[in-house]
Design a protein around this ligand. Sequence first.
Ligand SMILES: [Fe+2]
Ligand SMILES: [Fe+2]
Length: 142
Amino acid sequence: MVKNPVWDSRCLVHIRKMDRQHETLVISAIRLQEALREYSNPQEIDQLFSDLIKKTRVHFQTEETLMQTYDYPHYTSHKKLHDLLLQQVEDSQNTQMTIAQLHQQSWIDKQELADFLGDWLMTHILEEDNKLGVFLRQHGLQ
Ligand SMILES: [Fe+2]
Ligand SMILES: [Fe+2]
């Protein structure tokens, strides 16, 4: 089932840094989907895409550093999910993100990728990141 991105209290993992970044990511995904639905300017769409992917990379790095710092027992499997997502995004782009390359994609491909990203983010936050949040709070982080 596709989980449309929506930011509400269910998304909170109660780790400030993660919650702040998740909120930005979910809102960026919603903005991108809206822009695609409204057939906004392609340059704007491509900018929103590369912005979302850039923020996602930074966010994964943040979580991975937290997992390593606190010796999270599921670090390897959680990181593998992050790596897989980035790999899937890159595969769908066929190469590293550049605005020019994004621009080559068809509208439907972009919509599919935006939906996939939104769904992935929601599922990942509600399941994997939520588990990480529980662990980090048990270790005194807020
Ligand atoms: Fe996350
Ligand atoms: Fe994560």
